[in-house]
Design a protein around this ligand. Structure first.
Ligand SMILES: NC(=O)c1ccc[n+]([C@@H]2O[C@H](COP(=O)([O-])OP(=O)(O)OC[C@H]3O[C@@H](n4cnc5c(N)ncnc54)[C@H](OP(=O)(O)O)[C@@H]3O)[C@@H](O)[C@H]2O)c1
Length: 294
């Protein structure tokens, strides 16, 4: 039986630690950290993610405000809104939820956010700092994966790690962080994507496998070696008439096939998702000048 990497419980533990640090440092005169989120349009998963961020902020005692903007907002109008938050000294973190409507240039929007408030770590300046091994903020999902591995005693150092996916949000920062000469790094990293030939022959070599492709249950039982550690980042909706909402969430891994071969595995839901939120909270506190340990 594999160890279940319980992201929900671990995230709760990290957030409790953050809350203690927040109370301690606020008592010494630090300002209350404040997060502002922006959402353009009505994308339903985005609304769910923002609610989770709001809940986590409020639980910790981080100030929170959400701005919902019209789906047809122009680039100039959005720039105005972002600029206002950039100049608001009582807001420490600003996050513009993706995806954005087609008419908005996502990369240009990421560049509008003041780098010192960019708690998602998407601004090119922050990506550059990460690249040279001097991160200002942790990319939330990637850092969530690494914290999960470290907390369960699966240090990637010296291990062969296979990352499936090379997106700017998950696969790329994760593979970079895993190879950095730093805590949670020092791994030998292989990155696969949609052009990779014969994926199973590569995934079978992994000591640690991190699928982040958005393909429901793509990784099958015979894709992994005995004793592998699997951190499934994928979140996919599959139709399920027996479920209240008509669908259920599954990862990129066929859990029932892979779990018996694995030493440890993160489930979906309840794995990496909650970890992402915990790291975001620590980034907001960092942005407000807090020293964080977790
Ligand atoms: N748990 C969390 O907090 C969290 C956070 C973010 C995302 N996610 C989930 O993680 C998954 C990935 O998200 P993302 O934003 O990185 O997605 P994305 O931008 O669509 O990127 C997917 C990556 O997977 C690769 N890929 C797609 N199909 C493949 C296949 N059949 N074989 C091999 N590689 C394949 C793509 O290759 P190409 O580059 O060649 O196109 C791309 O690099 C999604 O399910 C998303 O919902 C979870």
């Amino acid at each position: 039986m594999a160890i279940i990497l319980d992201g929900k419980a671990l995230s709760a533990r990290i957030r409790t630690g953050l809350k203690e640090q927040l109370e301690l440092q606020m008592a010494k005169g630090q300002p209350q950290p404040f997060l502002t989120t922006m959402q353009v349009g009505d994308d339903l998963p985005s609304t769910v993610y923002i609610r989770a961020k709001q809940r986590a902020s409020e639980e910790l005692g981080i100030g929170f405000r959400h701005h919902k903007l019209a789906a047809d907002i122009s680039m100039d109008e959005l720039r105005g809104q972002v600029s206002e938050i950039n100049h608001n000294q009582s807001v420490h973190g600003l996050l513009v939820q993706s995806p954005l409507p087609q008419h908005l240039d996502e990369v240009a929007v990421q560049r509008m956010v003041a780098p010192e408030k960019d708690v998602d770590c998407f601004h090119p300046e922050n990506v550059g700092l990460l690249y040279i091994g001097r991160p200002r903020f942790q990319p939330c999902t990637a850092a969530g994966v690494i914290e999960m591995l470290l907390n369960y005693g699966f240090d990637p150092s010296g291990k062969r790690v296979v990352v499936l996916g090379r997106s700017v949000i998950v696969g790329r920062p994760l593979s970079l962080m895993l190879m950095l000469k730093a805590r949670g790094g020092d791994a030998t990293v292989t990155v696969c994507h949609s052009r990779t030939h014969d994926l199973p022959s590569i995934t079978r070599q992994a000591d640690i496998l991190v699928p982040a492709v958005g393909q429901a249950e793509m990784v099958r039982g015979d894709w992994v070696k005995e004793g592998v550690v699997v951190v499934d980042v994928g979140i996919n909706r599959v139709p399920d008439p027996s479920a209240e909402r008509g669908y259920r969430l599954v990862g990129d891994v066929a859990f029932d096939e892979v779990e018996p071969r694995a030493a440890a595995i993160a489930p979906v839901p309840g794995g990496v998702g909650p970890m992402t939120v915990a790291i975001l909270m620590s980034n907001v506190m960092r942005a407000a000048g807090y020293n964080i340990s977790h």
